[in-house]
Design a protein around this ligand. Structure first.
Ligand code: PDD
Length: 286
């Protein structure tokens, strides 16, 4: 555990190791809560409005009252960033339905628990290709909610690790959904494809930015269903997330992806993404 970072819990800023929540918190008892992870580069929260909109969508979907206005969230997040000012940060925020006596149905009254912490975000421009394995997606039909109940994702990532792979690429009813903790893009004959946004995947903020940048730069990109056969026949496969950005997969179940080398479309896309980040001044985080 990180020893020296400062977190925010229900109105107080305090050292992470001193933060405590009740054992009756519904987050602990039922996994009844949602979360967000916002990258902060050199003190600037990246795509903050988009993350806060997704936070609102997740809260609405599970009927937890948003305890803060956009302005308050922004202030709290920036306060945590400021108090942990070292390099790039992964700002995790969790909101649960709060503390109540154990009953599955919603309590009549409960104050949401709000927790925000900062982890180091070790993004680097050094390229680290990874391997992936295909697994059946056993999750529920609300994967668009960024729920804290991540047990299926944990088991999938662990299974991938036991197979010697970095990530599990998930297939439901023969179609690609996403990774255990990432979205997935494939490239075939120069055309980029990713699964459409629906209840089978998390609408990744990184995914959306990539789609936006590809359209802007007229690189063919389609949001449509992808079969397992398409994934296995892809020239390139990428995993995307706020923590790892755009990671090339060069081995899938022990078989090279395309040539097994870094793909040209991946290179182009990473360049677009990095230059977008370089021009990011924090204005959108204000
Ligand atoms: N997870 N799909 C899943 C299931 C994820 O957990 C994540 C990210 C993504 C990518 O979303 P984004 O681009 O907004 O980070 C897709 C974060 C990083 C996490 O849980 O730590």
């Amino acid at each position: 555990m990180q020893q020296s970072s400062i977190c925010y819990l229900n109105g107080d800023f305090l050292p992470l190791e001193e933060a405590r929540v009740s054992v009756l918190d519904r987050g602990f008892i039922f996994g009844d809560g949602i979360y967000e992870m916002i990258p902060a580069f050199s003190g600037h929260a990246f795509r903050l409005q988009e993350h806060l909109q997704r936070l609102q969508n997740s809260l609405d979907a599970v009927h937890i009252r948003n305890p803060h206005s956009l302005e308050e969230w922004s202030q709290l997040i920036h306060a945590v960033i400021e108090k942990n000012r070292t390099g790039h940060q992964a700002i995790y925020l969790q909101v649960t339905r709060g503390v109540a006596h154990r009953d599955h149905a919603f309590p009549d009254v409960s104050e949401p628990t709000v927790f925000i912490m900062s982890n180091p975000l070790p993004v680097s421009r050094e390229v680290k290709p990874v391997s992936a394995t295909i697994l059946e997606d056993p999750r529920w039909n609300n994967c668009d909610i960024k729920a804290i109940s991540l047990l299926p994702n944990v088991l999938l990532r662990q299974k991938a690790r036991e197979r010697g792979a970095y990530e599990a690429i998930l297939i439901r009813d023969g179609l690609l959904t996403e990774g255990a903790a990432s979205n997935v893009f494939i490239v075939r004959d120069g055309i980029v494809r990713t699964s459409p946004k629906d209840s089978r995947i998390l609408p990744g903020i990184t995914r959306d930015l990539i789609v936006e940048l590809l359209h802007k730069h007229e690189i063919p990109c389609e949001e449509r269903e992808i079969t397992e056969a398409d994934v296995r026949a892809a020239d390139e496969i990428w995993l995307t997330s706020s923590t790892r950005e755009i990671v090339p997969v060069t081995q899938l179940d022990g078989v090279p992806v395309g040539t097994g080398e870094l793909g040209p479309v991946w290179r182009q896309t990473v360049e677009l993404y990095q230059s977008f980040k370089d021009t990011f001044t924090g204005a959108e985080a204000a």
